[in-house]
Write a protein of this length. Structure first.
Length: 397
C-alpha cells in the first residue's frame, strides 16, 4: 500500500477519539481503535451479567487468539509467547531468571530504559555482575563494531532497547542480534516502543527474548503486554516467581514447570485485555506493518522538518534511522509549561522524564524535552494545526 493509497479516512473513522482531540502521545498510550474497545467493553459487560470465570470458559477459544496473533506478528511459534501485564513485567521475569555469577557481564546501550537499568543495578549490587555500556556511534545509536570487540566469555547477556522512550532513534537490533547469535550470547530486546510501529521478525533480528506492551503503538488496552522467549532458552530459564499455572502441581510436594513460554505467566490476569490485545494485533496486521511504518515515518519526518523552521526550537532526536517519536525543546517555554498550553488547545503531547533514558540524559545534559509521538491515524491537518499553535505560543511567550 502506497502512502497515497493509505486510507486515512478509515483510520480516523475507526478511532473515535480523533473527533475530540489531537493525540500526539502514542509513545505513552495510543488511542485504541473501535474494534478493540468494542470487544473489551462487550467482554466486561458479559462478566457483569454472567460472572468472570464463566465468561472466561465460554470465551476460551477467543482468548487463545492472543497467542496465535502474537506469533504471526513476530514470526514465531505460539508456544514461545506469554501474556504479561506490562513490558516491564515480562522483561523482569526473564531477566531475573538468568543465573548470573560474580564477574559476569551484561552489555547494554545508552538508550536503555530506566526500569531495565534499575533491575541491572540491583543484580550488580546483589550478585557482583558488571554492567557495561557499549559506546554510541556517530549517529547516537549503539556502535556494533565496538560491541563486537567487547564480546568474550564473560558476557552472559546483551540487553538492548530497540527504540528509546525519549527519542526518535531506531537501534540496529538486527546487527546486534547477528553478533549475539554467532557469539552464542542471549539477546534480550525491549521492543516496547517499536512493537506495532515497525515490522519485527524475531528470526531476522535474531533475538532470543523480546518484550512489548499493548497500550503503545499496538493500540491495545492498558495492562497488557507480550513476552517472547525462543524455545531453546525455555528450559534454561526458570522464572523467579511461580504459580500453579506456570508450574502445575503434581502432588502436594512437587510441581512441574510448563514447557512453553506460559511458565512466565500468572493465571489471574486482565482477560478482557488479553482478548483486546489479540484483536489489536490482528488489526495492526490488517493494515500491514510495513505500511504503518512508512506512514508514521513520513509524518514524523515532516514534523521534524517543520520544527526546524520555528525560531527557538531545537530537535533532540538521534539515530541514522528515526521513528515516530519526535523530541524537542524551546528557548521560550519549559517542557511542562508547553505541554500544559498545548493541552488547552486539545493537543496531547508528553514530556521526557529522566527515567526514560537515564544514561543518555546524564551524557547529553539536555533540558526536559517535549515528546510528540505520531501514529498512522494522525493527519496532515493535525500536523499543520499543531505547528501553527506551537509557533503562536512561542511567539507570544
Amino acid at each position: 500500500m502506497s502512502q497515497t493509497d493509505f486510507d486515512i479516512d478509515r483510520a480516523r473513522r475507526e478511532t473515535r477519539g480523533c473527533g475530540t482531540i489531537i493525540h500526539f502521545n502514542n509513545a505513552g498510550a495510543s488511542l485504541p481503535p473501535a474494534p478493540v474497545c468494542d470487544v473489551v467493553h462487550q467482554y466486561l459487560q458479559q462478566e457483569e451479567l454472567q460472572g468472570g470465570y464463566e465468561v472466561m470458559e465460554k470465551q476460551a477459544e477467543a482468548l487463545e487468539n492472543f497467542y496465535a496473533a502474537s506469533a504471526r506478528l513476530l514470526n514465531c511459534n505460539h508456544e514461545e509467547i506469554a501474556f504479561v501485564d506490562s513490558a516491564t513485567r515480562g522483561w523482569s521475569m526473564v531477566f531475573y531468571a538468568f543465573d548470573f555469577q560474580p564477574g559476569d557481564r551484561i552489555l547494554t546501550g545508552s538508550a536503555e530504559y530506566g526500569s531495565n537499568l534499575t533491575a541491572m543495578l540491583q543484580q550488580a549490587r546483589r550478585l557482583g555482575v558488571e554492567i557495561v555500556f557499549v559506546p554510541d556511534d556517530a549517529h547516537g545509536q549503539i556502535d556494533c563494531q565496538a560491541l563486537k570487540e567487547m564480546l568474550d566469555e564473560r558476557v552472559k547477556l546483551i540487553a538492548l532497547t530497540h527504540v528509546p522512550s525519549g527519542g526518535g532513534l531506531i537501534n540496529p537490533a538486527a546487527e546486534v542480534g547477528k553478533l549475539a547469535w554467532y557469539a552464542g550470547i542471549p539477546f534480550l530486546l525491549d521492543a516496547c516502543q517499536s512493537l506495532g510501529q515497525l515490522p519485527i521478525d524475531v528470526n531476522r533480528i535474531c533475538c532470543d527474548i523480546l518484550c512489548g506492551t499493548g497500550r503503545k503503538f499496538l493500540r491495545g488496552p492498558r495492562g497488557t503486554g507480550l513476552l517472547y522467549v525462543r524455545k531453546k532458552w525455555l528450559d534454561k530459564l526458570e522464572p523467579p516467581l511461580l504459580n500453579h499455572h506456570a508450574a502445575p502441581l503434581l502432588s502436594a510436594s512437587s510441581y512441574r514447570l510448563r514447557d512453553d513460554a506460559r511458565r512466565f505467566e500468572c493465571w489471574e490476569r486482565h482477560y478482557a485485555g488479553q482478548l483486546g490485545l489479540g484483536v489489536a494485533i490482528d488489526y495492526a496486521l490488517g493494515w500491514g506493518l510495513e505500511s504503518i511504518a512508512t506512514r508514521i515515518a513520513t509524518l514524523a519526518g515532516r514534523l521534524r522538518t517543520e520544527l526546524q523552521l520555528i525560531p527557538g526550537v531545537s530537535l533532540a532526536d538521534l539515530g541514522l534511522k528515526r521513528c515516530g517519536i519526535v523530541t524537542f525543546y524551546t528557548d521560550q517555554l519549559a517542557a511542562g509549561e508547553l505541554q500544559k498550553k498545548l493541552a488547552e488547545k486539545r493537543i496531547n503531547v508528553s514530556r521526557v522524564p529522566f527515567s526514560a533514558n537515564p544514561v543518555q540524559a546524564e551524557q547529553r545534559q539536555l533540558p526536559e524535552l517535549v515528546r510528540a509521538s505520531l501514529h498512522y491515524y494522525n493527519s496532515d491537518e493535525e500536523l499543520e494545526y499543531f505547528l501553527d499553535i506551537l509557533g503562536s505560543l512561542l511567539k507570544n511567550a
